[in-house]
Design a protein around this ligand. Structure first.
Ligand SMILES: NC(=O)C1=CN([C@@H]2O[C@H](COP(=O)(O)OP(=O)(O)OC[C@H]3O[C@@H](n4cnc5c(N)ncnc54)[C@H](OP(=O)(O)O)[C@@H]3O)[C@@H](O)[C@H]2O)C=CC1
Ligand SMILES: N[C@@H](CCC(=O)OP(=O)(O)O)C(=O)O
Length: 422
């Protein structure tokens, strides 16, 4: 759709140049003006719901014709309630404090120099994301309120929906007197343009890739722009010997089956051998709820419905009602398994023993570490961030849900009264 005749590198350069101008305007704009743009976008989403839903119908029809799975179609689908939820997120973001101009630290040196660390925007941010139309609005809104401009590259199956939503965004920005270049949608779905985004180190400040294995590989091979990776979630829960059986059952069922297709879904369950006598309750509940289980020989001896797990299962993010299950000898073995197969997204444990739980969390190298709670809480909205760009799975700058604060960096302000350095 709207394929552009420019080379992809030239296209990204042009979009980024316009975006850079918008960043300067946004960074100097009052909070009230940025909030006005978000409110106007929410209003227009409501009044223009018809045209957005019409565009979404086109995507859904094309997706059905292409045989997209029910989970992918559900992720793609918009309806009145979902549009209202997106407008509601915009209003929640409006109510959040200004992430810019925050004084993060402030001290005075013996020579009288005052030094402040002040929050500023990151700049021009490329966001590559799956065919989930709400991300178009959520990502643009979070970037905009935090003074950044977004270059948006959504999944191809959502192309019509994204263009319709982008029109609403551009109008919302214009209503508030802000440059619509603060939120631009790439005018081509050609994957070569993703390559151009990843190498545009001269014109982009950050790329946020949100997706699975194919995108991971591309990013690892080609990125020359700093990357805030939002990648796959091969998530684990460890059942400690002290775990309460009812809590473990409720939490694991939710973590796996609430929405099996999201990146915060549980993919592997690690059961301590000392808890095996209680395992049939949990495993039976999963099987009865329609979850396929793939386990080791010890577990298969407990329930004949459990299929055999192979090495590949420990590495797999199913995004489906399938769960790999393994018996471990102790917390150490569970941590080793997670370190080897996990993706650093969301992992944790169920345990009544708080001391053991804290020791476990302290050694877990994941962006989100959970204790006695579902991994499906890996979500900016659930963290109180209003919305999220996604879940950052790397180690630097930001980890876990990325909201307003995580989209800022800082500047040192050195405030003197004529001091010179001896
Ligand atoms: N950490 C987080 O916040 C999140 C992580 N995810 C992860 O995303 C995955 C599910 O999403 P999925 O549908 O697989 O998304 P994909 O990874 O297939 O697609 C995401 C985006 O990346 C693009 N893309 C994918 N592969 C390439 C490539 N080789 N070159 C250029 N562009 C590419 C897609 O474009 P195109 O449309 O052309 O395919 C799309 O825009 C799961 O692994 C899930 O855990 C999902 C949401 C949030
Ligand atoms: N963090 C969001 C889900 C994000 C996500 O994984 O999206 P997707 O892979 O498109 O279904 C949530 O918990 O609802």
């Amino acid at each position: 759709m709207n394929d552009d005749p420019r080379t992809h590198d030239a296209l990204i350069r042009d979009l980024a140049r316009a975006a850079r101008k918008a960043v300067r305007q946004l960074a100097g704009s009052p909070l009230s003006q940025r909030n006005m743009a978000l409110e106007a976008t929410a209003d227009r989403l409501r009044t223009q719901a018809g045209s957005v839903l019409e565009a979404n119908e086109k995507d859904l029809a094309a997706g059905q014709a292409r045989g997209l799975s029910p989970a992918l179609l559900d992720r793609l689908r918009l309806d009145k309630d979902r549009l209202e939820a997106i407008a509601g997120s915009l209003e929640t973001i409006v109510a959040l404090p200004d992430p810019l101009h925050r004084i993060m630290d402030d001290w005075t040196r013996p020579n009288g120099l005052r030094i402040q660390r002040v929050a500023v925007p990151i700049g021009v941010i490329g966001v590559i994301y799956e065919s989930r139309p709400n991300v178009t609005i959520d990502a643009a809104a979070l970037c905009m309120k935090s003074g950044n401009a977004a270059l948006l590259r959504g999944g191809s199956e959502a192309v019509h929906s994204n263009h319709a939503l982008h029109r609403v965004l551009a109008q919302g920005l214009a209503d508030a007197g802000l440059d619509p270049a603060a939120a631009q949608l790439l005018p081509t779905q050609d994957r070569a343009a993703v390559g151009a985004l990843l190498r545009a180190h001269d014109s982009l400040d950050l790329v946020i890739p949100r997706g699975g294995k194919g995108l991971v590989k591309r990013v690892q091979d080609e990125a020359r722009v700093p990357v805030l990776a939002h990648l796959d979630g091969n998530n684990h829960l460890y059942i400690h010997p002290s775990a309460d059986v009812q809590m473990a059952t409720a939490v694991v069922l939710n973590a796996k089956l609430r929405r099996p297709g999201i990146c915060g879904a549980l993919e592997t369950l690690l059961i301590d051998r000392a808890w095996l006598d209680r395992a049939p309750v949990l495993l039976g509940a999963l099987l009865d709820a329609g979850c396929e289980l793939r386990g080791d020989a010890t577990l298969r001896a407990l329930d004949s419905r459990i299929l055999e797990a192979r090495e590949a299962d420990w590495e797999t993010e199913y995004l489906a009602p399938i769960l790999a299950v393994r018996v471990v000898e102790d917390a150490e073995q569970a941590l080793n398994h997670i370190a080897r197969y996990g993706s650093g997204h969301t992992d944790g444990l169920i345990a009544e023993d708080t001391e053991a739980a804290n020791a476990f969390l302290g050694r877990l190298d994941s962006a989100i570490a959970v204790h006695n709670a579902s991994t499906q809480f890996a979500d900016g909205g659930e963290f109180g961030f209003g919305a999220e760009i996604g879940i950052a799975t790397g180690r630097l700058h930001a980890r876990g849900p990325v909201g307003l604060e995580q989209l800022t960096t800082f500047q040192y302000r050195v405030l003197g009264s004529g001091q010179t350095r001896p």
